[in-house]
Design a protein around this ligand. Structure first.
Ligand SMILES: Nc1ncnc2c1ncn2[C@@H]1O[C@H](COP(=O)(O)OP(=O)(O)OP(=O)(O)O)[C@@H](O)[C@H]1O
Ligand SMILES: CC(C)(CO)[C@@H](O)C(=O)[O-]
Length: 285
């Protein structure tokens, strides 16, 4: 008898720089790059449908995320209610769609006793996200936690991860959305060349300040920097801090108190140490 309900937390993921690596096989497609996972994230609750068909809620409002639907199909679960609650803005570079897909995979597997392994669930969520064009490297990073370096693209079995061993307070300010589908659907040649160079530099010196400096250069040479973010990065640098643009959003993130020191009123969290985890209410067993 399956438990019929499970709740999973998935950290947000901010990509600092990346290169895109398409492939006809969604499990082999992905990105290389680096970024930070955040204690601000997404909680996904999956339960047996309360009515006909099942409901989809995003922050309490009826709203569907394509990758979530594909995960449910891949796991062949019965009619379910899925409630996604995000600490983070959607479409602003925090990987909310990847988190929703991965959280749904892990929660549905647990709620309906699908017997899949972690690698299998990460692959299913990664494939769903890649097929929908809403992300390339967020899912594998969010499964891991910490400061993931994506050495090779793709799901487990194809990709390879390393990480920067670090803990830090992270501040962020969002000025609006940037469409991931539009950027990934365009010509990514120049962007990816800049991403490959950035990765070489971080592999040679795997430290947070290096990642931030490399990320600033990446955003400029990939022509992705938007004016509000550019201004904020300059303001943080002027007070001796480290900031960069979140890919892909009109978002700036900073180490420590960089944005507050520069006079902004940021959201505050930390680097997430644990990665994706089951957070069912205690006592439900
Ligand atoms: N209110 C909403 N605002 C934006 N997207 C929404 C909303 N409701 C559902 N969606 C769906 O959520 C997904 C958001 O994916 P998108 O990749 O743009 O954002 P993200 O994962 O938060 O950010 P990023 O990829 O920039 O890190 C899309 O599939 C979109 O159709
Ligand atoms: C493409 C991307 C920047 C979108 O958020 C992210 O998924 C990544 O780093 O692969």
């Amino acid at each position: 008898m399956s438990r019929q309900r499970a709740t999973v937390f998935v950290p947000g993921h901010v990509t600092a720089f990346f290169s895109a690596h398409p492939d006809d096989r969604p499990a082999a497609a992905g990105s290389r790059g680096a970024g930070v996972t955040l204690t601000d994230g997404v909680t996904v609750d999956v339960s047996a449908a309360s009515g006909d068909g099942g409901t989809r809620l995003l922050d309490g409002e009826p709203s569907a995320i394509g990758a979530v639907e594909d995960v449910l199909d891949a796991l062949d679960v019965p009619a379910v209610d899925v409630a996604v609650t995000a600490d983070l803005p959607i479409g602003a570079g925090f990987g909310v769609s990847g988190a929703a897909a991965l959280g749904t995979a892990v929660a549905a597997n647990r709620a309906f006793d699908r017997g899949r392994s972690e690698n299998d669930l990460v692959r299913i969520a990664h494939e769903s996200e890649v097929r929908r064009g809403t992300g390339l490297g967020d899912v594998v990073a969010q499964a891991r936690g910490g400061v993931p370096i994506r050495l090779e693209p793709g799901a487990p079995g194809f990709g390879a991860l390393d990480g920067i061993p670090a803990d830090a307070r992270i501040e962020y300010v969002t000025f609006g959305e940037l469409s991931t589908e539009t950027v990934l659907g365009g010509d990514t040649t120049a962007l990816s060349a800049a991403g490959v160079t950035a990765l070489e530099r971080v592999r040679a010196d795997p430290r947070l300040p290096t990642m931030m400096a490399v990320a600033r250069e990446f955003a400029r040479s990939a022509d992705l920097l938007v004016p509000e973010v550019d201004t904020a990065i300059d303001a943080v640098e002027a007070v001796g801090g480290e900031a960069a643009m979140a890919m892909l959003g009109r978002t700036v993130f900073a180490l420590g108190t960089g944005l507050s020191d520069a006079g902004y009123d940021p959201e505050v969290c930390r680097i997430d140490a644990a990665g994706t985890r089951i957070v069912d209410e205690r006592g439900r067993e």
